[in-house]
Design a binder for this molecule. Structure first.
Ligand code: UD1
Length: 382
């Protein structure tokens, strides 16, 4: 059985065989086989025949004073927490370390967000906002060390909670497991869609409930101009009592952003990597990775089934002769927005791009160090 999944197994020295066998026994092989067959062998295109535009409100249509007041009341009473997704590998940026540690003029992405959270201290100097940060096995220690070295950017340590996401093994195109250069079975972060079950399994959901958290603001680590706890979004969410409130912008033609949409009657996101050719410009609300959730939704999503999506990535691993090679392999990822179907009430707030979205994804070109630096400077953030 193990040789079918790891053809090099017999070439390993005894001690490595024991270690690999032990690792193999912890894997859920039936699920791995099913995911391989469903996402790669029998891959199907996203069916866009029954996809419609999501309903949305424009920021200019909001009564900003009223929603801001509602947001401030909720934040000041400790009902709103922030969850940051920072477990990804950031391979496109080629930054050697957790993406949040990438710095512009000495200011890291983590610090840019911490500074905003600190703005919510109340008149007594007390901070009621709890900050939950999702890491993964590949960056947990480094992330913790970075926060420690920077004295948590002055955010009280007891307000910050780190939790780890799930992992899943990548496979070769032939459906075999990969061995790392250290002769371990390779596991990689399995996308951000495990966030809900990880929040629950790590005890964070319970912790939030006990602390009186009622609403959660979630964001990506890499949007350098993100408005953490933007009163317009928080206020709309609490006044409408939504399960989810998403923030969106109008996408540029061909832009690498998911598109918020209604699919077969449920709201969700068509990811840019899966948009059927010719449908890129069909939608007017881009997913910019900023969403508000109710606790009710988080609890439902934590127990919901999440499908895997396929990504092709070049990863270093050992070939059949135990030589290190860097070849394209199959990586499997869950997307958090597949859980949006568990929400009863979901609204979208469309805002202007300027001062709201400038993602740091690539070393050069679009959404790069250069574009992020320009936007940070223009917004006066560095
Ligand atoms: C993501 C969105 C896309 C959106 C775009 C906006 C997903 C699946 N897609 O695309 O719809 O238009 O952002 O910038 O979210 N992460 C983890 N663990 C993982 C993988 C990712 O925590 O295993 C985190 C990353 O650190 C990042 C966020 O999730 O904060 C987005 O992940 P990324 O892989 O950068 O997604 P994109 O392809 O940029």
């Amino acid at each position: 059985m193990i040789e079918k999944w790891i053809p090099q197994y017999n070439l390993l020295e005894d001690s490595y065989q024991d270690k690999v066998k032990e690792q193999f026994e912890t894997l859920d092989i039936n699920t791995i086989e099913r995911v391989y067959n469903e996402t790669y062998v029998n891959k199907t295109e996203v069916d866009l025949s029954s996809v419609e535009e999501v309903p949305y409100v424009l920021k200019s249509a909001l009564d900003l004073d009223a929603v801001s007041e509602a947001a401030n009341t909720a934040v000041d009473s400790g009902e709103v927490a922030v969850v940051l997704m920072a477990g990804g590998q950031g391979t496109r940026l080629e930054h050697p370390g957790p993406k949040g540690t990438f710095s512009f003029e000495g200011v890291s992405l983590f610090e840019l967000q911490a500074r905003q959270i600190l703005e919510f201290k109340n008149a007594q100097g007390e901070l009621k906002v709890r900050w939950y940060i999702m890491t993964s096995d590949i960056n947990h220690e480094e992330t913790m060390d970075f926060f420690k070295e920077h004295n948590y950017f002055e955010v009280p340590e007891e307000n910050i909670h780190f939790f780890k996401q799930e992992h899943f093994p990548p496979l070769t195109k032939e459906g075999e497991l990969l061995l790392t250069e250290y002769k371990d079975i390779m596991l990689t972060p399995n996308g951000n869609g495990g966030i809900f079950s990880s929040l629950k399994n790590s005890g964070m959901l319970k912790e939030m409930e006990q602390a009186g958290v009622k609403h959660v603001f979630m964001n990506n680590v890499d949007n350098v101009v993100v408005k953490v706890l933007d009163p317009a979004l928080v206020g709309l969410h609490v006044t409408e009592n939504n399960d989810i409130t998403s923030k969106s912008i109008t996408p540029k033609s061909g832009e690498s952003v998911g598109r918020l949409a209604v699919m077969n009657g449920s709201k969700g996101v068509v990811e840019y990597t899966e948009l059927p050719a010719g449908s890129e410009d069909k939608f007017t609300n881009a997913n910019i990775g900023i969403h508000m959730y109710s606790m009710n939704f988080l609890n439902k999503a934590a127990d919901g089934e999440m499908p895997y999506h396929l990504a092709l990535k070049k990863l270093e691993h050992l070939n059949h002769h135990l030589t290190v090679v860097k070849e394209e392999v199959l990586k499997f990822e869950k997307f958090y927005f597949d859980a949006f179907k568990y929400a009863d009430k979901h609204n979208t707030l469309q805002v202007d791009r300027k001062g709201e979205f400038s993602p740091l994804k690539n070393k050069a070109g679009n959404d790069s160090i250069e574009t992020a630096f320009k936007d940070l400077t223009e917004e006066g953030l560095i």
